[in-house]
Design a protein around this ligand. Structure first.
Ligand code: S3P
Ligand code: PEP
Length: 444
């Protein structure tokens, strides 16, 4: 049943829980999406470490990226976020600072290796749940490279990095099976270490490899020499040579992972959605949506304006390994819950350490709406079922909210709790979603 729309409200005047708009007819939509979180936060870090000022054009303005801008500013850079194009002027990292990581993995993992170059004391903390997201491997690696860190033996937030103005660098062995961000973090700052950095992975396969490819590609754009001898398969070693980081004016691509709920509207309604400016070549993990949606029966075409997805009469389930693209799992699971044949999502044990334990959360919330879902140690299986309305909890996870609105588009009476959590990577998601979806159907 729908909540009254007036109360209670989130801070932005949006009701909580939020009645998800229901789509009753095939949609025909074109949407322009905000910039990529992963590209924006890498561009900001590299700009702060570069030899001169640069611009992050079309930067994503969201919680994760403003936290990154604030962190780099606290260290001593100047980040002007007043316009659409953010201007970064590197500065001396010479003052005591406090870094709020919020729930942003990129801030908690990418900033400590930068803070290690400071001459001051840099204290890190974040949201309560952030204290349980893994970071110990990065702290141990930095210690191995000569950095002093105080973490009370926790290997987790809160911790303090005591910079001495330079980092020796060298070879370090990391188990990055919990997160590719451990590797990206060390590579991003590595060129500024005296001996560069030679990062070796030892452990189960590293997830989210496209994100490491993104890091390597951006470092090379900045003139940094990176060797990744095993790139593409079984990657386990990355070598960054010491040297300057050239300033580059970036133009940030739209966030393709955040395209998932919008493309899902085409998939569930049998209609058509165009996401503007979809890059023909990209390192973004979200590009895998093209193949995933095609395998679920959608038609996927590059068109002049961007990427067009047209949904089938009946959406098919999918058996897919999402190890490389775990951030797509919540949206894909939501689609599988309303598909007409069984699905199996595999290879994603690591997403239990994302913003929440996403496998447990998806099993609980999709199951709560009547989905036939089984949780496995490293994935989910889903079988066709008749879903019903109810409250879909998000656990402060933006991508759980995306899963909720996808199911809500297909099922009457779904209400998404804390829709405002989408602000982690998407400004005014609820407003855009309502403007697009409501004309195509009544509220659930
Ligand atoms: O480096 C990045 O920008 C990211 C890497 C991935 O993290 P994991 O390797 O922890 O999955 C991804 O899921 C996350 O959304 C963003
Ligand atoms: C895992 C994610 O984020 P983070 O960068 O906080 O790890 C995500 O956005 O799906």
């Amino acid at each position: 049943m729908s909540q009254p729309r007036s109360e209670p409200c989130t801070g932005s005047g949006v009701p909580d829980p939020w009645p998800a708009p229901r789509v009753r007819e095939p949609v025909d939509l074109t949407v322009a999406l905000p910039g990529s979180k992963s590209l924006t936060n890498r561009a900001l870090v590299l700009a702060a470490l570069a030899d001169g000022p640069s611009t992050v054009g079309g930067a994503l303005r969201s919680r994760d990226t403003t936290l990154m801008a604030a962190a780099l500013t606290a260290l001593g850079s100047s980040v002007d976020t007043s316009g659409a194009d953010w201007r970064v002027t590197p500065g001396r990292f010479d003052r005591d600072a406090a870094v709020d990581c919020g729930l942003a993995g990129t801030v908690m993992r990418f900033v400590p290796p930068v803070a290690a170059l400071s001459t001051a004391r840099v204290a890190f903390d974040g949201d309560p749940h952030m204290r349980s997201r893994p970071i110990g491997e990065v702290l141990a690696a930095l210690r191995g490279l000569g950095v002093r860190i105080e973490d009370g033996g926790r290997g987790a937030l809160p911790f303090v990095v005591h910079g001495s103005g330079s980092v020796a660098g060298g070879t370090v062995v990391v188990d990055a099976s919990a997160s590719s961000q451990f590797i990206s973090a060390l590579l991003l700052a590595g060129a500024r270490y005296e001996r560069g950095v030679d990062v070796r992975h030892d452990g189960k396969p590293v997830p989210s490899l496209p994100h490491i490819d993104m890091t390597v590609a951006m470092l090379r754009e900045h003139g940094v020499q990176v060797d990744d001898p095993a790139a593409g398969g079984g990657a386990n070693r990355w070598v960054v040579a010491p040297g300057p980081i050239r300033p580059v004016d970036h133009r940030i691509e739209p966030d393709l992972s955040n395209a998932a709920p919008f493309l899902a509207l085409a998939a569930v309604s049998g209609g058509s959605v165009v996401v503007r400016d979809w890059p023909r070549h990209t390192t973004q993990a979200g590009d895998a949506l093209r193949e995933i949606l095609a395998r679920m029966g959608c038609r996927v075409d590059h068109v002049e304006e961007g990427l067009r997805v047209t949904g089938p009469d009946a959406l098919e389930g999918i058996d897919v390994d999402l190890h490389d693209v775990g951030e797509l799992a919540p949206a894909v699971a939501a689609l599988c819950a309303v598909a007409s044949s069984p699905s199996h999502l595999r290879g994603i044990a690591h997403i239990r350490a994302h913003e929440t334990d996403r496998l447990a959360a998806l099993a609980a919330e999709l199951g709560g709406l009547g989905a036939d879902v089984t949780e496995h140690p490293d994935g989910l299986s889903l079988r066709p079922a008749t879903l019903h309305g109810g409250v879909f909890h998000t656990y402060a996870d933006h991508r759980m909210a995306h899963a909720g609105v996808i199911v809500g588009a297909a099922v009457d009476g779904v209400e998404v709790e804390n829709i405002a959590t989408t602000g982690k990577t998407f400004p005014d998601f609820a407003g855009l979603w309502s403007r697009l979806v409501e004309p195509a159907g009544a509220r659930g």
